[in-house]
Every structure is written in C-alpha cells, then in structure tokens.
Design a protein around this ligand. Structure first.
Ligand code: MF3
Ligand code: CO
Length: 249
C-alpha cells in the first residue's frame, strides 16, 4: 500500500473524527482513580464512542477483544481490559483508543498517574508526551519522515530512557494502519518526503529502562523485558505546508 494524500473533504472528516476521539479521551481521563478496573474503563470508553455514533476501531481488530487498550505500569501497549485488574494508587496507566467516524479513523493514546505517583513516573509520562511535541516540530511538508523519529528518539534518550523499537506509528485514514511506518527512534534512513494532506499517527512508547519488549501469552499485551515502567502518547496529525494540525487534541 502506498501513502495516501487526503482531499479537503477527507480532511474535514478526519478533523471530526479526531475531535470526537479527543472528547472520548477527556472524559475517560476523569474516570482514572484508584479502585476502577481496566474493564470499567473499556466499558465506559465503548459507551462514549457509541454515543458519538462512531465505531470503536480496535474492537475485533485482528481479534483484539476490547475498545480501549489499557496498559498498566510495565505494560507498554495493547493491554487487554479485565474485571480482575484493579488500578491502585501509584500505578501508571496508558489508554489507547480509536474511532471510525463516517469511514475515517483517528487514533490517540494518553498516559495517566493513578492518584499520587512517584516523581520518576511523573517525569516518564511528561517526557513521553513532550517527545511527541518535539517530534512534530519537524512534521511539515518538505521535511523527511524520520526527522520526526530522530527528534523523538534523541529527546527521550537524553533522559536515559529506552524508546521502543519493535512497534511504530503509522499512516491513518480509511484504514487504522496505513503506510508509512513511523519509527519513534533514531534511525539512519531518511524516510519519505512529507507532503500536505498526509495524516499520521505519531506514537512514542517510552520505557524507563531498556527499550526491549516482549509479548505475554495472551499474544497482545506488550511488556518491558526488564519490567521497568512504560508510557505511551499518541495523536493523529495532518501534514500541511506550515505547522502540523493535531486532529485528536
Ligand atoms: N493504537 C494502536 C496502534 O496504532 C492500535 C491498537 S491495535 C488493536 O497499533 F488491535 F489493539 F486495536
Ligand atoms: Co496507533
């Protein structure tokens, strides 16, 4: 598949899709407190997405069994919500959600502390979010894709963190995952030339320790190999000739 350039009509729909997803995330954020289960979060997210008249894009995607990926502590991404998994004070939790609105996808992730968390965990969450904004400073027509990747990678590494290399961001539109793949780490290749009308999901996954990850027996949950904490931050963005437009914020 090649990289798609969205028309003005498609961009308008992507904007609507992103706005809805931003609202879903804002409402989910208010639910994060000690005692809630990861299944409660998924159920609430499913209902919010339905209320907007949208389809939860993750549900049944390659067999994924929920609407929201809920990943706790050393879980990097794709945690499966469970009524047995209770959030406790001091945990960190990443919520990744996607919606389909009038045929157009948006995809975004946020990481939160549950109650009071350690200074170290707070910094990890902040650096992960900030690295996204460092990266998208380079997200404009005429730059190369990996200018974004390198900026994210260098920023995270300057804090001694390990940036996950086994999972990447992606193009997005009528499909959840479109070309190009978007590394979040420093790479020697330049990547494609960015053009106005490209819509991309940029999503740094950052470990407090080593970058290495492995998969649990459920074949979904990705965890850090060294059991260090991990954070995730993602938005769907639009490339223009000037500043990128963040659609899911
Ligand atoms: N945001 C995730 C990604 O970009 C989507 C989760 S995949 C799913 O890969 F299967 F869990 F839906
Ligand atoms: Co994504």
């Amino acid at each position: 598949m090649s990289v798609t350039i969205k028309s003005e009509r498609e961009i308008a729909l992507m904007r609507e899709s992103g706005k809805i997803l931003a609202d879903v995330h804002n409402r989910l954020a208010e639910e994060i407190k000690p005692g809630i289960t990861t299944k409660d979060i998924d159920k609430f997210g499913y209902e919010l997405i339905k209320k907007h008249g949208c389809i939860p894009s993750f549900l049944n995607y390659n067999g994924y069994p929920a609407s929201i990926c809920v990943s706790v502590n050393d879980e990097v991404v794709h945690g499966i919500p469970s009524s047995e998994r209770v959030l406790y004070e001091g945990d960190i939790v990443s919520l990744d959600a996607g919606v389909i609105h009038k045929g157009y996808h948006s995809d975004a992730a946020r990481t939160y502390g549950v109650g009071k968390i350690s200074k170290e965990a707070e910094q990890l969450i902040k650096v992960t979010k900030d690295s996204f904004f460092e990266g998208i400073k380079f997200a404009k027509a005429g730059n190369h894709l990996h200018d974004i990747s390198n900026a994210i990678g260098h920023y995270c590494e300057s804090f001694g963190y390990g940036v996950v290399r086994d999972l990447v961001g992606h193009g997005i539109g009528q499909n959840l995952h479109e070309d190009p793949q978007i590394p979040n780490f420093v790479t020697k290749r330049k990547g494609i030339l960015l053009q106005p009308g490209m819509t991309l999901a940029v999503e740094p996954m950052v470990n407090m320790g080593r970058p290495d990850v492995c998969w649990l027996d459920d074949d979904w949950t990705v965890v850090t190999e060294d059991e260090s904490l991990s954070a995730h931050y993602e938005n769907t963005i639009l490339i223009t000739t000037g500043e990128p437009e963040i659609l899911s914020l």
